[in-house]
Write a protein that binds this ligand. Structure first.
Ligand code: AMP
Length: 171
């Protein structure tokens, strides 16, 4: 299936010079949505995860149905102050300043295998911070699943070299 035709391109959002790849049009298309989840599921199953971790907030939209399909658990990685129980915290650099992500300390059973999911990898900073969070729980990151990869930003360079990365659409 041609997923690119289901993703809407919006120039200069959220700021001038950024070409935003909008996946809401993919989510609204039942065939494209089913194909996306089925394909992510087929390609992530060999990683044999115990959990999917989804990154706020578009990572939730793909991560939960993927976890359902793979019959594994799900944990959300959230912006600061949203998770109610004790959290691990990871800071990462933005173009200007820093941002922080949080994960519940008891998100996973000890020794679990975790696959990290987001809608899109750009510079890789968000996914790399999520790796730090999973590692703080003592669990292992065994794969990454993205719907979209902006290959020209070389985000995979921020990720552990020995962990497989899948993406369904590349720009
Ligand atoms: P990064 O940390 O640079 O890999 O950025 C990844 C996060 O930013 C993801 O959660 C994406 O949803 C969002 N993002 C970054 N660039 C874009 C883009 N061009 N279009 C849509 N979302 C983007």
């Amino acid at each position: 299936m041609d997923l690119k035709s289901r993703i809407r391109d919006l120039p200069d959002f959220p700021k001038p010079g950024i070409l935003f790849r909008d996946i809401t049009t993919l989510l609204a298309d039942p065939e494209a949505l089913r194909y996306t989840i089925d394909t992510l599921s087929e390609r992530c199953a060999p990683f044999q995860p115990d959990y999917i971790v989804g990154i706020e907030s578009r990572g939730f939209m793909f991560g939960v149905p993927l976890a359902h399909q793979l019959n594994v658990g799900f944990a959300p990685v959230r912006k600061p102050g949203k998770l109610p129980a004790a959290v691990h915290r990871a800071e990462y650099a933005l173009e200007y300043g820093t941002d922080t992500l949080e994960l519940h300390q008891d998100a996973f059973r000890p020794g679990s295998r975790v696959v990290i999911v987001d809608d899109l990898i750009a510079t890789g900073g968000t996914a790399a911070a999520t790796v730090q969070l999973v590692q703080q729980t003592g669990c292992e990151v065994v794969g990454f699943g993205f719907v979209v990869e902006l290959t020209f930003l070389e985000g995979q360079k921020q990720l552990p070299t020995d962990v497989p990365v899948i993406s369904l659409v590349q720009y």
